[in-house]
Design a protein. Structure first.
Length: 235
């Protein structure tokens, strides 16, 4: 169901100027009934300025009168508001974050110089003039600009940044760095060393066991009586 262009402001106007029930207003505006109750009790976070749905063509006097006469009647939207489409241009950035833009631009220039001014403009939502001034270090506030990750600052997303960096690298003709085989070679050498040490330890253990066995055999032989010599303790 279509909703008013400004649901809360429309609800405030209907509460103030009609005898419609909170349920009727809530359903027409697409709000929860408790939100309408809060508007009526002036307990909403801010005092809303009402928006006249009659002037906007969303309702008529006749439609409102039907609703006031019958609490079960559901208001019908006469003319739905036109969908708002975003026009082409720089990305919108909240006022609270606009002061962080130069820091985000400086970070991209420092860490990804291959990214073009046009790409930075789309990522951060700024002008090429500003980007150029930061690149040339002629920006009026250059002394206070500190490179900061634009993703951390909330100026763009990690996915968008990664996509821009990958696109810039491809356009610049950068090839992927060759795989580092040194680490693999060191790994194989370490395995060979460990294998040799293990085999040597096994040989040493076998030799030790053989020595112990030989020593034990020698002691057993020394305990035997030499033939032809009488045992002095035997009578």
């Amino acid at each position: 169901m279509a909703q008013p262009l400004m649901p809360h402001a429309t609800a405030a106007w209907l509460v103030e100027n009609t005898a419609l029930s909170f349920e009727q207003i809530a359903e027409f505006c697409g709000l929860h009934i408790l939100e309408v109750q809060a508007i009526a009790d002036d307990t909403a976070a801010t005092k809303l300025t009402g928006r006249d749905p009659l002037r906007a063509g969303e309702l008529t006097h006749e439609e409102i009168e039907k609703g006031q006469k019958d609490p079960d009647y559901r208001l019908k939207m006469i003319k739905a508001p036109e969908a708002v489409t975003r026009t082409k241009g720089p990305r919108y950035t909240p006022v609270s974050k606009r002061q962080d833009k130069p820091d985000g631009i400086a970070w991209i220039i420092k860490n990804h110089p291959e990214v073009t001014d046009g790409q930075i403009s789309k990522l951060i939502g700024t002008t090429r003039t500003t980007i150029g001034a930061i690149r040339d270090r002629t920006h009026w506030n250059m002394a206070n600009i500190q490179p900061k990750d634009p993703v951390t600052l909330g100026l763009t997303t990690q996915r968008e940044l990664d996509a821009a960096v990958a696109k810039a690298a491809k356009a610049a003709g950068k090839e992927e760095a060759p795989a580092d085989t040194g680490m693999e070679h060191d790994r194989e050498a370490l395995i060979e060393q460990l294998r040799a040490e293990r085999e040597q330890a096994a040989r040493d253990a076998e030799a030790a066991l053989a020595a112990e066995a030989a020593e034990a055999a020698g002691e057993d032989k020394s305990d035997e009586i030499v033939p032809g010599i009488k045992d002095p303790f035997k009578h």
